[in-house]
Design a binder for this molecule. Structure first.
Ligand code: DGJ
Length: 740
């Protein structure tokens, strides 16, 4: 890995074993983008890649030179005013009304390691030799504003992180109206754009469109990253598959309003931009103020979508997620939500816990309803003290009794929200987002606390600290069940309002940080009506996230498949729930439900008291299986093999880092009859190694399993059978491979 600066050509070349990223200082001092892709030999200059030509109607910078036009130059962090007609990365409104800026190269620094981003989540290094950072300082003299662009390249990953900082030294006020985290101009537009779209209960569906001229983008203006779109997009070549071909992935380490867009100009250049959504954002700056953008991560893979995802997985699992639980085996949990909803008392909870302990489950999570006077969703959010009427002996005693069963104890909170029917709201009605004189919109009967205000966060922190100190807590599920709307911060001036959305999410991050610093051993799981805030920002604080409220195994194939595009398996909260499923009414076997849920942070969310002895015995076996395999599943390399978005079958596998073992999962939704033979081509195995295939009477070399495939044909097709004796819809099969 290296970052070279070529003095003569004023070019920067960031490279490692896999990728190159090349930037130039243009004649006008602004930055040009020369190349991003597979690693290239270094050379003194790549200036020929600028391709300066005369073009009719071009806006040109220099008199007597009709070739230098910012409209046609591929740029690094474009601004408005120098002739570029595309969307800029930065836009600053000045006191005289001008929005023209001209950021000119001043100096740069190259160093080992990676700086932290104050108040923001970001990837990090543990040893400074793992990555190198380039800081390029640019300045607009006229408005006394400095812009620092940060680039970090990791030694072992085809990944570059980027962010920008604006520092203001002038005396007049300026307003930052747009400050994106990254902008990259790619020389053609021959791509399919992949995004993760959805809604509650069908989060992160893999969706594709061919890039067209103009703007195509995804965004959130909901105050959270949302279940509708995820802060991620990828550009793949037409022939790129999961297993091979070129793809660029872009991911934003942020949990609030975002914009991720690809703009194709009519000269076929694609500009990819990611950052805080510029709408509903205006950041006034005075002398000495600094603004730091969130971080964007750019991955290039020529090993297909799996190559891209594996880079994100490695980075996010080990160098974004942090703390005590990052590498530790995640406890197998039971959550009482779908078992009881709000209808429980201490006896019911204890019985459930007792049953769970007998099955080998390790953690009991007490979900919504344990606090204030909460018996349904109309009251008590904000009153983070135990519901003594419901839990007669008190929460502490219950938690201790649960611990006494050999189970760890965890619980649910929703700190950002309040119900009108709560002590908190009665005391501080002005702490919610609302504009006096206008209707306050609710969602699930709740309102959003103004976390941009320190006194609000402090109050909630004190309440939670008291609670956590009083109870033997090992796990917290931090929920957030509404999107933000009608945002107005009471008591604050006009300028403040343009900062509120961002300050809100910074406030959420601050509260998380205080709690994890104070309680480093607690495992946090983030949640937002299921997966409405499943983003890299949250992973910095909570290494796992509740993926979706939809726990139906069949639907989960799509949700987990889509989530795995970016997010490591160790972050994907997945539980076995009841059948018929509460969200879809679908009936699936206990085996199918577990075989899907294993590929995540495993747990149960159903009433164990209603199960037959036979089902309980299955759970006992599943728990043993997961304990044996969780390290392989969470730390191995994950490969998607067959997409649920394309047909009746889904398949994926994990391979241990040393390739001595692997676990293949194959799922079939509807039962076909008398179809052709079925072979599944595996990935990531060692070609030279002979693998024993569980339940088959022959072994195979890795090369055969990858080139010819694993034979999966079954009785239903009228052919050879192995373990798969079942017929019927919703079938799953796990196959373990072990090197011999
Ligand atoms: C939404 C979450 O996604 C559910 O798992 C559950 O915790 C409910 N909220 C509780 O209100």
């Amino acid at each position: 890995m290296s970052i070279c600066y070529h003095e003569g050509s004023r070019e920067f070349h960031l490279s490692n074993r896999d990728i190159s990223y090349i930037i130039t200082v243009l004649k006008n001092g602004q930055l040009g983008q020369l190349y991003f892709g597979k690693k290239l030999h270094d050379r003194e200059s790549f200036a020929h890649l600028l391709e300066l030509r005369h073009r009719p109607m071009a806006v040109c910078t220099y008199e007597g030179d009709s070739t230098f036009s910012m409209e046609h130059i591929k740029q690094e962090y474009p601004s408005y005013g120098a002739g570029d007609m595309r969307y800029p990365a930065v836009e600053i409104l000045q006191e005289n009304g001008s929005r023209i800026t001209d950021f000119v190269y001043q100096t740069h620094r190259i160093y080992d390691g990676k700086p932290a981003l104050a108040g923001l989540p970001a990837t990090y290094t543990e040893d400074s030799k793992e990555a190198q950072t380039l800081e390029i300082e640019l300045k607009d003299e006229l408005i006394h504003t400095t812009l620092i662009l940060y680039y970090t390249i990791f030694e072992e990953l085809p990944a570059i992180t980027r962010s920008a900082k604006v520092i203001y030294h002038g005396t007049e006020k300026i307003v930052l109206e747009r400050a994106m985290s990254c902008s990259v101009d790619l020389p053609d537009h021959d791509y399919q754009m992949i995004e993760l779209t959805g809604a509650w209960g069908r989060e992160r569906a893999v969706t594709e469109r061919k890039l067209q001229y103009g703007i195509q983008g995804i965004y959130s203006m909901r105050g959270c990253s949302s279940s509708n779109f995820n802060p991620f997009l990828a550009l793949r070549r037409e022939n790129t598959t999961e297993a091979c071909g070129e793809v660029y992935g872009f991911s934003l380490v942020y949990s609030g309003n975002f914009l991720a867009q690809a703009e194709v100009d009519t000269y076929d250049v694609t500009r990819v931009t990611l950052g805080i959504h510029p709408d509903r954002f205006s950041w006034e700056m005075k002398n000495g103020d600094e603004f730091q953008t969130p971080e964007a991560v750019m991955v290039y893979s020529n090993r297909g979508l799996n190559g891209m995802s594996q880079a994100f997985h490695s980075l996010y699992r080990a160098r974004l997620a942090r703390g005590y639980w990052r590498d530790r085996p995640r406890p197998i949990l039971i959550n009482n939500w779908e078992a009881t909803y709000f209808d429980f008392n201490e006896q019911k909870i204890y019985e459930l816990a007792e049953k769970a302990a007998g099955l080998g489950i390790e953690l009991f999570v007490l979900d919504d309803g344990w606090f204030g006077k909460r018996n349904d969703d109309t009251s008590s959010l904000g009153d983070w003290y135990p519901n003594e009427e419901k839990l007669k002996g008190g929460l502490r005693l219950l938690a201790e009794r649960i611990n006494g069963l050999g189970l760890k104890f965890g619980m649910w909170i929703e700190p950002e929200m309040v119900n009108k029917d709560s002590d908190l709201y009665r005391k501080h009605p002005d702490w919610v987002f609302a504009e006096v004189g206008r209707n306050m919109c609710h969602s699930r009967n709740q309102y959003v606390l103004d976390f941009s205000k320190k006194e609000v966060r402090d109050y909630i922190y004190d309440m939670l600290e008291r609670l956590f100190l009083d109870l033997p807590i090992s796990y917290i599920k931090w929920d957030m069940n509404r999107t933000l709307s009608d945002i107005f911060s009471n008591g604050n001036d006009r300028e403040y309002q343009g900062k509120t959305y961002h300050k809100y999410i910074l406030g959420v991050y601050e509260l998380y940080e205080r709690l994890i610093q104070k309680f480093p051993d607690i495992l946090f799981e983030s949640c937002a009506s299921g997966g409405a805030r499943f983003d890299p920002g949250m992973l910095y604080y909570a290494p796992q996230a509740w993926t979706s409220d939809n726990t139906d195994a069949v639907q989960r194939l799509k949700i987990q498949y889509g989530t795995s595009m970016v997010y490591p398996i160790s972050s994907i909260g997945s539980h076995v729930s009841a059948s018929p499923n509460h969200q879809t009414g679908r009936e699936t076997s206990m085996e199918m439900r577990a075989d899907v849920a294993y590929f995540g942070t495993f747990g149960y969310e159903l009433d164990l008291m209603e199960l037959t002895e036979e089902d309980l015995e299955k759970i006992r076996e599943q728990v043993v299986f997961m304990k044996e395999h969780r390290s392989l599943i969470h730390h191995g390399t994950f490969y998607r093999l067959k997409s649920p978005f394309e047909g009746n079958e889904t398949a994926w596998m994990v391979v241990a880092k040393d390739r001595r073992e692997a676990l293949v999962a194959y799922y079939r939704i509807l039962q076909p009859t008398n179809t052709g033979f079925c072979r599944l081509k595996l990935e990531g195995l060692d070609e030279e190694v002979m693998y024993q295939i569980e339940d088959l009477d022959y072994d195979c070399y890795g090369d055969e399993l990858m080139q010819s495939g694993l034979i999966l044909s079954d009785t239903a097709s009228g052919v050879r059978n192995s373990k798969w004796k079942e017929k019927g819809d919703f079938q799953a099969r796990l196959i373990k491979l072990t090197a011999i």
